[in-house]
Design a protein around this ligand. Structure first.
Ligand SMILES: C[S@@+](CC[C@H](N)C(=O)[O-])C[C@H]1O[C@@H](n2cnc3c(N)ncnc32)[C@H](O)[C@@H]1O
Length: 162
């Protein structure tokens, strides 16, 4: 399932010019102003600023980003949270994430079963950044995560059209 999804997904991402070079990924959310998705990244920077303000008064120890893609946001989180795991079923982008972001407190996983991964990690912060729309039904996943995580854990959904 993962492999078939990945082939179609990467094909589409390439067609939409969303597969970026390592140099571009390293600089995200900043991107050249001639890039076709420049205005989208401006909006994403705005979200990031608001989330940064939110995190400033809190202290999370372990975070899990579900659907991390090329890993730029997991890397951003790793500057604010002690230990971060970025998870995705998309091997191509996770390979890029591992190549580009090598901070010690950041790891990437291609574990397909996010519930099992969450159970093993027991993160106190879970983030879906532009990824929840790929899960069907997304409500069930959130319910299952809420049952699994501790009462003080938080799930955040950013930049997601649901
Ligand atoms: C639009 S990208 C977002 C990437 C990154 N979070 C960001 O903010 O730029 C959505 C990601 O969700 C991933 N995804 C889709 N279905 C998934 C699943 N079942 N488990 C994990 N990741 C999934 C895709 O492979 C893709 O990398």
């Amino acid at each position: 399932m993962g492999n078939n999804f990945e082939q179609l997904y990467i094909k589409l991402r390439k067609a939409e010019q969303r597969i970026l070079s390592d140099e571009q990924v390293m600089k995200l959310p900043d991107i050249e102003n001639q890039h076709p998705h420049y205005s989208e990244w401006l909006k994403r920077k705005d979200t990031l600023q608001r989330f940064d303000n939110y995190l400033a008064n809190r202290s999370f120890k372990t975070a899990l980003e579900i659907g991390c893609g090329n890993g730029w946001f997991s890397n951003w989180l790793a500057k604010r949270v002690s230990k971060v795991t970025g998870q995705d079923i998309n091997q191509t982008e996770v390979e890029q994430a591992r190549r580009v972001f090598t901070t010690e407190n950041l790891q990437f996983s291609t574990e397909e079963n996010v519930l099992e991964l969450s159970h093993n990690l027991m993160p106190d912060l879970v983030v879906f950044n532009a990824s929840l729309q790929y899960f069907n039904p997304e409500e069930k996943l959130i319910e299952n995560l809420l049952e699994l995580l501790s009462d003080s854990s938080e799930i955040h959904i950013l930049d997601t059209p649901v």
